[in-house]
Design a binder for this molecule. Structure first.
Ligand SMILES: C[S@@+](CC[C@H](N)C(=O)[O-])C[C@H]1O[C@@H](n2cnc3c(N)ncnc32)[C@H](O)[C@@H]1O
Length: 304
């Protein structure tokens, strides 16, 4: 069921329903991934507790009531985001809750482009769970052939419209997908479909994969499945850059979800050779809002 209709509160292994309780006013600044304040509205959070003793802690990151501890999520509320469905993502896009979107090319992509492509031109590059990232256009402008996969149609449309690229759409019933393609003939397209339904039969194989906010956006229980889907998409000799985060999900609901080097090895180590390229402290005002005390980005190069 969509988060929009049913709200659940995880709390260190416990859950509780959020519907129908007393409203708690939560003042919250909202800061996007570019460090910009995007709103300062007061928003209500509700709790179904019978007790009248509801307390809020510093910056309203947690609301405690008895044993229930609610974790703020990336979207600025307390919905349980541990296993977001396609409907849940559509709900967030519909509300414009896309603060993960950066208004610039991702710095790690710019920094490691040569590692990704091995310095080669005209690579076929896959961007899973692409949203409307500017990385797609940037890679395309460099002459690469770029294919994204994104389940929310609004995101696909916004990508082309906001970048002033005319596009066509084509329904692919066999893949349960709609293919968005640049009209001018350049190889730039987005498959609007569920990532878990795609195969190389549908989208072919790739020289390179750029994964930012993809593996780490999905529930931890989907990691093995993610690994099984992504692996056959990379050609033998291909190169895959994976951008992960170290974040405390005991405090912050996510996404992103913590993905350590151990996790990367656990889910991808049997299929790829893994080289850790960088660990960077990327704690910003936005993470401060989440109530966490650290936030690191880790970048890996995977080959096979
Ligand atoms: C955290 S965002 C990251 C977007 C993009 N990679 C970026 O860097 O801006 C995750 C994206 O994955 C999309 N998504 C979630 N589940 C998906 C699925 N099963 N198949 C395809 N896209 C999905 C969401 O709609 C959302 O746009």
């Amino acid at each position: 069921m969509s988060q929009s209709t049913k709200r659940q509160l995880p709390g260190d292994g416990e859950t509780g329903d959020l519907e129908g309780g007393p409203a708690v006013k939560v003042s919250r600044r909202s800061i996007d991934s570019n460090g910009k304040e995007v709103s300062s509205a007061e928003s209500p959070a509700s709790c179904d507790s019978k007790s009248s003793t509801i307390s809020t802690t510093v910056k309203d990151v947690t609301i405690s009531n008895g044993n229930i501890r609610q974790k703020l999520n990336q979207f600025g509320d307390y919905d349980d985001v541990t296993n977001m469905s396609v409907d849940d993502w559509e709900f967030r896009w519909g509300k414009g809750q896309t603060q993960f979107h950066m208004n610039k090319v991702h710095p790690m992509l710019a920094k490691y482009l040569d590692k990704l492509t091995d310095g080669k031109d005209k690579q076929r590059i896959f961007v899973p769970l692409c949203g409307k990232t500017l990385d797609l256009k940037w890679l395309s402008d460099k002459g690469h052939s770029v294919v994204g996969c994104e389940v929310v149609a609004t995101a696909c449309q916004q990508f082309f419209e906001e970048n002033d690229i005319e596009y066509t759409t084509e329904t692919l019933p066999a893949a349960d997908a709609v293919l968005y393609k640049a009209k001018d003939g350049r190889p730039l397209e987005i498959y609007c479909c569920d990532f878990f339904k795609i195969t190389s039969d549908v989208i072919g194989e790739f020289d390179c994969i750029w994964d930012r906010g993809s593996l780490v956006a999905l529930g931890v229980t989907l990691r093995q499945k993610y690994s099984d889907v992504i692996h056959p998409l990379l050609k033998t000799g291909g190169r895959y850059i994976l951008d992960c985060f170290l974040v405390d999900n005991h405090v912050f609901g996510g996404p992103p979800f913590n993905c350590s080097e151990e996790d990367v090895n656990k889910y991808l180590g049997d299929k790829f050779q893994i080289e850790k390229l960088e660990k960077k402290d990327v704690f910003s005002k936005w993470q401060e809002e989440w109530g966490v005390s650290y936030f690191f980005e880790e970048v890996y190069l995977l080959t096979h």
